[in-house]
Design a protein around this ligand. Structure first.
Ligand code: HEC
Ligand code: HEC
Ligand code: HEC
Ligand code: HEC
Ligand code: HEC
Length: 393
């Protein structure tokens, strides 16, 4: 857990204003969409003129929700995801939708502005506040567009999770970038394409969502329907703490933790071990893929890459292959600049799968397929006996 900011007077006012919104009858989207038509609710989220301004005055129900939320990542104003723009003084439109409740409301037109675009100046300091999810206007959002271009129908609060956890790029962006280029030839114009972070909804929709780079002639598993009543994000995630409660999983699964859950009776990673969770097969194949990307850049592309998960753009140059990231004249690490179409598409799939720590619960099949196809893609030019690796798709 990272450090949480001390409860500031500002956050107290914000928090109680959300509570006042709820108490004031601004109903939760799923249960009451009609109130949005009324003039008063046309501004679905606004600071109240009066109301409870200290936690002690807030109703017990809300108190619990607020306390849970306040300890969650959504409320962590100090996180990079919310403080990244502090020096700029405002959040760029392209980023604001997902990095502030205010930006989210602007994008969806819940603030009375045009929908589908962030057209206002979005202040820094915002988080995923109550009015992001408790907003009568959400009921009017019928579909969400994904980076692949897919338009997916949504209901109620799902609209919020799917807006922000969809990632920012998709396989189609990779396809466009590498079209008509020689597959194993380094091209200085290619840059790493980052799927972005916490891409749970992208994984969840699988092949249907088309977030990954899809290989020609291959089929990809669609949305992971799981099993009723597990139907959406909040079937597993408590919406305020964001935590996954394990107990309900045990109705259908036998395991000691989510990571240890397994239904598959076959091994996907060639280990033959089916006593571990499916998450283990996914991480093993992800590790194999990253190793092969490194080998490929060295042996085939002739320009070794190093991955550093702590620094954007994550893939750096190691021209002399000594295992140390090159630094430029300015002393800064040199971003990898020798991508080939093959290394770019496999690195994209690797990053997409690993950008979702819940991949095994969100859509294990899709994750495994993307990894398998990418490993197969690299093993050809590396002269590896792919069959002997004994992987399963
Ligand atoms: C579609 C929604 C969406 C958009 C648009 C978006 N982001 Fe994000 N971003 C996220 C989510 C969700 C996370 C949270 C990942 C986490 O920390 O769990 C995130 C995390 C980040 C982080 C923190 C990464 C880290 O390592 O902790 C940075 C920095 C960031 N985004 C920058 C940007 C920038 C810059 C833009 C605009 C050019 C942008 N984002 C646009 C959804 C988005
Ligand atoms: C990320 C979305 C999200 C955010 C942010 C959020 N909520 Fe909720 N909240 C929900 C959902 C979804 C439910 C419905 C839970 C259910 O039906 O089981 C809910 C339910 C509630 C309830 C009903 C009782 C309960 O706990 O289930 C209250 C009260 C509440 N929220 C208050 C708040 C307040 C106050 C805030 C801000 C401090 C807040 N919520 C922030 C999504 C959110
Ligand atoms: C306005 C954008 C936005 C919306 C809406 C949103 N999230 Fe998030 N979510 C984020 C960002 C940004 C982070 C990363 C915050 C951080 O790094 O502190 C995050 C973090 C998370 C995390 C990671 C928690 C952790 O401990 O790291 C989970 C789980 C999550 N969100 C689930 C949901 C669910 C479920 C919904 C819908 C009910 C939802 N989110 C709605 C932007 C959003
Ligand atoms: C079958 C249950 C299940 C469903 C449905 C589900 N998740 Fe998850 N999710 C998990 C598990 C398990 C993890 C990994 C453990 C954890 O981080 O708590 C996880 C992890 C995450 C994380 C990363 C948390 C972190 O620690 O960084 C995010 C973000 C997230 N889920 C968002 C979502 C969103 C958005 C949806 C809906 C599109 C969703 N989840 C649907 C079970 C689920
Ligand atoms: C109502 C029963 C039910 C509940 C509750 C349930 N699951 Fe599942 N789960 C299933 C079924 C059925 C499958 C197989 C679905 C398929 O393959 O299409 C599955 C598959 C999985 C898988 C993939 C296993 C594999 O080997 O492919 C994971 C991981 C998982 N569930 C995690 C969870 C978590 C975490 C929870 C609790 C938050 C949970 N499940 C709750 C029924 C359930």
């Amino acid at each position: 857990m990272s450090a949480r900011p001390i409860l500031s007077p500002k956050s107290l006012i914000l928090m109680s204003s959300f509570a006042a919104c709820l108490l004031g009858g601004l109903a939760f989207a799923q249960s009451d969409g009609a109130s949005n038509e009324e003039g008063e609710a046309a501004i679905p989220f606004a600071l109240p003129q009066s109301g409870p301004f200290t936690p002690a005055e807030i109703k017990i129900d809300n108190d619990k929700a607020i306390a849970d939320w306040f300890r969650s990542a959504h409320a962590n104003a100090a996180a990079e995801a919310f403080s990244h723009w502090d020096d700029d003084g405002e959040i760029r439109a392209a980023c604001a939708t997902c990095h502030s409740g205010e930006g989210f409301r602007d994008f969806h037109g819940l603030d009375g502005t045009e929908a589908g675009v962030v057209n206002g100046t979005i202040n820094t300091g915002g988080v995923v506040d109550c009015g992001t999810c408790h907003n009568a206007g959400l009921a009017n959002i019928k579909e969400i567009t994904f980076p692949s271009g897919l338009v997916h129908p949504v209901q109620g609060v799902e609209a919020s999770c799917l807006t922000c956890h969809q990632g920012r790029t998709a396989g189609i962006n990779v396809e466009t970038a590498i079209a008509n280029l020689a597959v194993d030839e380094p091209n200085g114009d290619l840059r790493f394409i980052n799927p972005h972070y916490a891409t749970a909804a992208a994984t969840w929709l699988g092949g249907y969502g088309a977030s990954g780079y899809h290989y020609d002639g291959k089929d990809y598993s669609g949305r992971f329907f799981h099993a009723r009543p597990v139907a959406s994000c909040n079937s597993c995630h408590e919406p305020h703490t964001l935590e996954v409660e394990f107990e309900p999983c045990l109705t259908c699964h036998q395991a000691n933790s989510p990571e240890e859950i397994r239904i598959a009776r076959q091994s996907y990673d060639g280990s033959g071990n089916v006593s571990v969770g499916i998450s283990s097969d996914i991480s093993a194949n992800a590790e194999t893929l990253l190793d092969l990307i490194r080998d490929y850049t060295e042996e085939v592309a002739g320009a070794p890459v190093i991955y550093d998960g702590n620094r954007y753009p994550y893939f750096f140059s190691d021209a002399n292959g000594d295992g140390v990231i090159d630094t430029g004249e300015d002393g800064r690490p040199v971003a990898y600049g020798s991508w080939t179409p093959r290394s770019l598409r496999t690195a994209f799939n690797w990053k997409l799968v690993t950008a979702d720590p819940g991949n095994y619960a969100h859509n294990p099949k899709y994750a495994l397929e993307l990894l398998y196809d990418s490993i197969a893609d690299l093993s050809g030019p590396l002269g590896i006996d792919f069959e002997a690796m004994d992987l399963l798709r």
